[in-house]
Design a protein around this ligand. Structure first.
Ligand SMILES: C[S@@+](CC[C@H](N)C(=O)[O-])C[C@H]1O[C@@H](n2cnc3c(N)ncnc32)[C@H](O)[C@@H]1O
Length: 873
């Protein structure tokens, strides 16, 4: 495959297709109607440049040098001229530069899995391709998988494209066709929109080499956001595969950029030669400058500087004075913790579908997608006002449709995935009917037709598990349900009614807003109910547009954290606490359900809580310990995925205790071997989990204890943020004494605003980083952190029975909401699952409940114990 250079130096002039922006890029193959490389053995390089990089560089050099002492910079792009790129390639072979080997290890290990997630017919665009050694691993895997894809190496350096493509012959590939794109990232973005054929294909953007680390963190987020907005289309097969270096070993990182063979030094120093070329004369004498690399522990980044060996005057049109020892920064390489990368994706509106990494995740590739519906995870995004705005409705409807229309096979609407509940079709009618009841009642409107839908769709069933003949009042169950299309038409009319209310600004009264809010949160709750019902259905279709997770790779990534043994018992002191909130709806406050009011003062005695919920792995050991095969309903012994005929199994190389044999955890993507789901919270009924807790020498927490645990985890989160902020402020204040190393002051006001945000409105929690609101479509590992609300993707059972309390007042618009369940059979549940919308997941006063022996809801349990039992206090 890799050949000695065989491309004549001038050949690109003949082979390339130079295009005017927006013009025809490819020669069309009229027979097949597909993009073609016209049977050439050499690779075409397409000129997509729209700007002159050199001119921009010239300006940036002058601007950067005119900055005050300590803030001078030269543009990083200076490093990537022909000579620099050759040096960079040499760096990638240096052992000290661990990044390339790490990426090769990940790509080689998972090439097949990555290739399987590239859609047939996709355009693969690699940003800043440089040397093609690494991507070649993936191209080979795509070829082996017989994927018809077109690979485009995008780089601003044409000589680099020519040089590296000289080592690749198109004739080696039958399915993969290779092209070069000569231009900048921005040119690439514009080119993707430039012609219909390009637009019509799924896109798979590769951004390897941890190049994202060369951007400032905020710039990187903006960059990803722009690509999400213009390139990665929502709810489609478009993807971005991005590499992140998470190494936090300062010495190792420093050595990577200050290698013992001095290759990096040559690479960086060449930037000054390039600056001379760009400026058209020798402005920098290399002997006046030295390369200095520094690792900045506060910001987790390496910085490359030119340090002047003596006082200098740089002879620009307006000469620039340089002090002896002054530093001019040319490159930054940021490192990202997993949490930082997740926060960046969140800010950019992208979600992780799956990840591949080295054991421990020091270097990882994340597969990102643009979710069809976006529900924010920060209070300022998901709880902007008491009443959801129309955009929030539209996003919720997208999710509802994705689930109800995309995940249910046409022939399955009349089936009952859970025999105690109504058939799936009922829920498609129930949601708009309930909304219409609230809207027509509060806005004084007649029912949307057909009005008789109210007789069958207004209220669902949730019978007594022990005696299904016992059930609260509910709508009549008809002999024949209406036709799906009629129900969908009705739903469309109700949605239009809601749209009209917003459009005509008829939603100004608190009463109408309350009706809308009620309909919104009701739909949110049913979305989750429907999801846990569909999980029990063998014929559920995986969600469209969401990448299929690589559960095995994620398990291997999580194993290091799980084996580190960081989880622990946390001592929680006795304390007073407040449950619930006061009713302030009339004063413009947030709406709440009847069971969130009034304010209740309570207290807990000191106790110890485990830092995470009980896992599937632990539950399997418990069942083995008590010699039981009474598996929870979230598990199955059948590894078949009826949607794909795939039989899931455990790779022979992976450690798998006997207790896990033959067991699988149900997911919407099919059954996952329990081995790979062993770090996830176990989902089971209260009765099952309290048995396990007792066996393990503990118990499940009371509602108050669980609330205190969540308060505690929030304090930890805020403390961490405050510590980070303090370190940054120290760094900024102390920069003059820091050996002349200037640290750009961060935007402290923005950071302070962020830290404040969860506290600003005490009602809502910052859920960034939690597994809630459809960020993932399955539970996730609970190791590696003290778990709070929504971490791991399951609600948590409390031992507190749902009972009427002093001051409880049923709601006027929906009096049965809680009151129908004061039968002492239901327990309070707190937190959130992965399918809980942020408005509910993040609202700290929200209370959920289920029957103690109900096996389907997505609730887990965590161990607590009394302090007296441990002999400590
Ligand atoms: C650090 S190298 C990484 C190369 C390769 N992706 C890897 O992982 O080894 C960065 C590459 O991106 C290219 N590059 C840098 N900025 C660019 C831009 N704005 N547009 C296009 N290419 C760029 C450079 O020419 C260089 O080949």
């Amino acid at each position: 495959m890799v050949k000695p250079a065989n491309l004549p130096a001038e050949s690109h002039d003949r082979e390339s297709v130079d295009v005017i922006p927006g013009g025809t890029v490819f020669k069309g193959d009229h027979e097949s109607g597909v993009i073609t490389n016209s049977g050439q053995t050499t690779v075409k390089i397409i000129d997509i440049r729209t700007t002159t990089v050199e001119l921009q560089l010239n300006d940036d050099i002058v601007k950067g040098l005119n900055a005050p002492v300590g803030e001078k910079t030269l543009p990083t792009m200076l490093l990537y001229d022909e000579a620099g790129l050759k040096e960079f390639e040499a760096i990638t072979y240096v052992d000290d530069y661990y990044l390339t080997n790490a990426e090769i290890e990940v790509l080689s290990t998972y090439a097949e899995e990555i290739a399987s997630r590239v859609p047939n017919g996709a355009l693969l665009i690699e940003l800043g391709s440089g040397n093609l050694r690494k991507v070649n691993i993936l191209l080979q895997a795509l070829e082996a998988a017989k994927k018809n894809v077109d690979y485009f190496a995008l780089d601003l350096s044409r000589p680099e494209l020519e040089r590296t493509f000289a080592n690749i012959s198109q004739s080696d590939f039958k399915y993969v066709r290779c092209f070069g794109l000569h231009g900048t990232y921005d040119d690439g973005k514009a080119w993707l929109e430039s012609n219909e054929e390009v637009r019509s294909r799924p896109r798979f953007i590769l951004w390897l080499g941890s190049s994202v680390g060369n951007f400032e963190r905020e710039e990187a987020k903006e960059f990803l956001k722009q690509w999400r907005e213009t390139v990665i289309r929502p709810g489609t097969k478009d993807r971005m595969l991005i590499a992140f270096d998470s190494c936090n070993d300062a010495a190792k990182v420093w050595l990577a950029y200050n290698d013992r063979q001095l290759v990096t030094e040559r690479f960086i120093m060449n930037g000054l030669n390039n600056a001379n070329n760009i400026l058209g004369r020798k402005v920098f004498d290399l002997s006046d400058w030295a390369y200095i690399g520094e690792y900045d522990v506060v910001y987790d980044r390496h910085q490359a500087f030119y340090e002047s060996r003596k006082e200098l005057v740089i002879p620009l049109a307006k000469p620039v004075k340089i002090e002896k020892g002054e530093k001019v920064r040319v490159e930054r390489s940021y490192k990202f913790s997993y949490e930082q990368s997740v926060a960046m994706f969140e800010g950019a509106g992208l979600a992780i579908g799956t990840s591949w990494g080295q054991p421990g995740g020091e270097y990882a590739l994340h597969l990102l997608h643009n979710p069809a519906a976006k529900t924010g995870l920060e209070p300022k995004k998901y709880a902007k006002a008491p009443c959801p705005d129309i955009n929030e409705w539209e996003e919720l409807w997208k999710l509802w449709d994705l689930v109800t229309l995309g995940m249910v096979r046409k022939d399955q609407y009349l089936t009952k995935p859970i025999s105690l509940r109504n058939p799936i079709l009922f829920y498609l009618g129930h949601i708009p009917t309930f909304l219409d009841v609230q809207v027509s009642r509060t806005a004084d409107l007649p029912p949307t037709e057909p009005a008789h839908y109210r007789d069958i769709f207004q209220r669902g069933i949730d019978p007594d598990v022990d005696d299904p003949t016992k059930c609260h009042n509910h709508s009549t169950i008809p002999d024949t349900w209406p036709k799906l299309n009629d129900v969908l038409d009705f739903c469309g009319r109700v949605r239009d009614r809601v749209r009209a209310i917003y459009k005509n600004k008829e939603n100004s009264s608190v009463r109408i807003q309350r009706g809308l809010w009620l309909g919104f949160e009701h739909e949110v709750m049913h979305l989750e109910t429907l999801m846990y019902m569909l999980l029990q259905h063998d014929l559920t279709v995986p969600p469209a547009g969401v990448p299929e997770p690589d559960f095995r790779a994620q398990f291997l990534l999580d194993s290091t954290k799980a084996n580190e043994g960081g989880e622990t018992w946390i001592k929680i002191p006795g304390q007073k606490l407040v449950l619930g909130t006061k009713d302030c709806e009339q004063e413009g406050g947030f709406f709440t359900w009847d069971n969130e009011k009034p304010v209740l003062e309570s207290s807990v005695a000191s106790f110890e809580a485990f830092s995470r919920p009980i896992t599937n792995g632990e539950y399997a050991s418990y069942l083995k310990g008590i010699k039981s095969t009474a598996y929870p309903k979230s598990w199955t012994t059948d590894g078949r995925n009826l949607n794909t005929n795939v039989v899931a199994g455990v790779n022979r190389d992976d450690p798998s205790p006997a207790a896990f044999n033959g067991l699988f955890v149900k997911t919407v993507f099919g059954p996952v071997p329990l081995t790979y789901a062993q770090y996830w919270p176990v989902i089971a009924s209260y009765d099952e989990l309290s048995g396990c807790a007792k066996w393990a020498g503990g118990r499940l927490p009371t509602r108050e204890e669980l609330q205190v645990i969540y308060n505690h985890t929030e304090t930890i989160k805020k403390d961490l943020e405050a510590k980070k902020l303090a370190a940054m402020i120290d760094a900024v204040n102390g920069h003059l004494s820091m050996d002349g190393v200037h640290i750009t002051p961060p935007d402290l006001s923005a950071l302070a605003g962020k830290a404040d945000m969860s506290g600003a409105n005490d009602m809502f929690a910052n859920m960034v980083g939690a597994n809630a609101s459809f960020r993932r479509w399955h539970p996730t590992s609970v190791f590696g952190k003290v778990c709070g609300r929504g971490d791991g993707g399951a609600w948590e059972w409390s031992s507190t029975v749902l009972e009427q309390w002093d001051g409880f007042k049923a709601m006027e618009l929906y009096p049965e909401y809680t009151a129908d369940f004061f039968d002492t059979k239901h327990n309070v549940v707190l937190g959130a699952s992965w399918a809980t919308h942020s408005r509910i997941a993040g609202r700290k006063t929200f209370v959920n409940w289920y029957q103690r022996n109900y096996e389907f809801a997505w609730c887990t349990g965590r161990l607590v114990r009394d302090l007296a039992a441990t002999g400590t206090d």
